[in-house]
Unconditional design. Sequence first.
Length: 275
Amino acid sequence: MDDAVCALSSAVFRHVRGDTAALTEWVRHEVHSATEDEIITLVDSACEKLVRDARRDEFADIIGAIDHMKTTVSDALRKEAQPKDFAHESADNIVAMFSVADPALAEHLEATGALAARIASEMGLAPERASFIGLCGRVHDIGKMIIPHGLLYKPAALTADEFEAMKRHSTAGEEMLQKMSGLEECAQIVRSHHEAWDGRGYPDGLKGEEIPLEARIVSVADVFHALTSNRCYRPAFSPLEAVEMLVRGSGKLWDPYVVEAAVRILGVRQMVDVA
């Protein structure tokens, strides 16, 4: 294990310092020689070593590289797993459609799904349920099909009326999924992924455990990837900054147990104050 941790740590450092093929090569090899649990355990061990050994000014880049790799591993293993059921094939088709019409949104869907499944596994949920949560994450923004492109990518703050129009994507997504064979069970989760722990979310103002756990997990994954992505109205935040925002919103916007699980798998617990 020590040799494997050192090898991965070396690959991450090479990636951070410009060798963009280093992590890809590592993932390509390991995804064929270990289970997902074994790989994630290895990644977590390597992250502890990296945080201990790295310079402070390298933390943000290292965390970003580690999280990118975990997402890549999860996605690669999902694609290599047992034959997909109809629901996952339907999700693949949705993401493929977005990859043509809106590549940034397609990337967001894939990353949200992968991270949501990892959070669910970290929380001790059964593999089948974690897989379902990942599936919901991959289709959570399908309702954005109804949002005009100019509004979706407006490079300025939305007006009150525009924000109300934007909020419709969660209920529109629910309505779409209710009509899609294999994805009906995701409909309520998609409807609720913008509810807030303190009851100030939408569309129903649900509070705390009134919000389906699956939606609470998708919400945290959604926000983390959105914060760490460039937007037309702001540059991306670093992974460390995004985690700090999640921690500040824990118990207000997001389920604190979900946030804590996310912090653990993102490998930055040592650098943020988790209540």
